[in-house]
Design a protein around this ligand. Structure first.
Ligand code: UDP
Length: 336
């Protein structure tokens, strides 16, 4: 079962899973995606998803009836709200969807004897750190409601695994997934104004938005703008398939960073995107965004050590693929 399967990371992961012979049952409320994504996933994979349910993960009764109908072996849980800026405006909503959704899912899994979960966590749980790069052992100090909701889920999962030794949970702490499927059929297509940098950049380059607002150039970084570890969504999707293959290695909770291990500033990404797209990207520097931190860069070596896997796509590929998706889908999935 894949929850949030038509979202940005979920959709790419579904293609990867179908490509590797998995049978996939989808649970999604389509609140920040489009049913169009279902046909695109199937078209790319050349195979059908087993079933698609329009269900809010907080709706235990509906979720339970999906578990009744399918023999679920493992759950990959993407369904969540994911924007730092929005979480500062809507903190209760973030706890409700992210924590409430995970609680409902765990309770329903338990009732149906499902004990294996891959959880979408986030590098934002590390908070405003002085450490770079970050290992999984660095302390969590979430500095906004989005990060706090993900950290709350991780703590809950740790407790579940401590109290019930038959559970196997992998929590993958994504750094900043960007890019798109190289076909241009799947990508990041938020409804409304994008909160995240890469889709915003793509829309400015395409002339859909006037200029990028750079949130602060007074950070303690080389050029003053925020630094993140951008990772290609195809690498993130691949990591989920590999995670499923390693779920059986041991029981309990295991946590892994998913990043490339190097940092890119807002200005550096803007320049890289400009080069790839051949566009001049207008921007203005504005105030820092509430909840933002200076720098988040992964030490991704644990996942390489454990699974012999590392992210392989570079920043140019991330920009190229995001730009292709933007050009082929100027209004996202809306008209597609
Ligand atoms: N950012 C920006 N303008 C935007 C969106 C983001 O300058 O319109 C900056 C943000 O302050 C951060 C980086 O880009 O330093 C990545 O932000 P994003 O929202 O993509 O991911 P986050 O790290 O917040 O999850």
């Amino acid at each position: 079962m894949v929850t949030g399967a038509t979202g940005f990371i979920g959709s790419h992961t579904c293609v990867e899973l179908l490509d590797h012979g998995y049978q996939v049952v989808v649970v999604d409320d389509f609140s920040n995606s489009s049913p169009q994504v279902v046909s695109r996933i199937q078209r790319l994979a050349g195979r059908f998803l087993d079933a698609v349910y329009k269900v809010d993960v907080r709706d235990r009764r509906a979720l339970s009836s999906v578990f009744d109908r399918h023999r679920v072996d493992a759950v990959v849980h993407f369904a969540a709200k994911k924007a730092v800026g929005e979480s500062v405006r809507l903190p209760v909503e973030y706890y409700d969807v992210n924590v409430g959704g995970t609680t409902a899912l765990l309770a329903t899994m338990h009732e149906h004897g499902v004990r294996r979960l891959v959880f979408s966590s986030s590098c934002s749980i590390y908070g405003d750190v002085d450490t770079s790069p970050l290992t999984e052992q660095d302390p969590a100090r979430p500095s906004n409601p989005y990060a706090a909701s993900k950290w709350t889920c991780e703590q809950m999962l740790a407790d579940v695994c401590r109290c019930r030794p038959d559970y196997t949970v992998l929590s993958l702490r994504y750094f900043n997934p960007v890019g798109a499927h190289p076909s241009g059929l799947l990508g990041e297509a938020p409804l409304g104004e994008p909160d995240n940098l890469m889709p915003y950049l793509a829309q400015v380059a395409a002339g859909r938005r006037e200029r990028l607002r750079v949130f602060g150039s007074d950070y303690a970084t080389a050029d003053g703008t925020g630094v993140r570890d951008y990772i290609h969504v195809m690498d993130v999707a691949e990591a989920h398939r590999i995670a499923l293959e390693h779920l059986g290695d041991s029981t309990g909770l295991r946590v892994f960073n998913l990043g490339v291990g190097s940092g890119t500033s807002v200005f550096e990404l803007l320049t890289a995107f400009g080069e790839v797209s051949g566009k001049t990207i207008p921007y203005e520097v504005v105030d820092r965004r509430p909840g933002d931190v200076t720098e988040l860069v992964a030490d991704p070596s644990a996942v390489t050590r454990e699974w012999g896997w590392r992210a392989s796509r570079d920043l140019a590929a991330m920009c190229r693929d995001a730009w292709r998706f933007q050009r082929l889908n100027p209004t996202g999935y809306a008209a597609g």
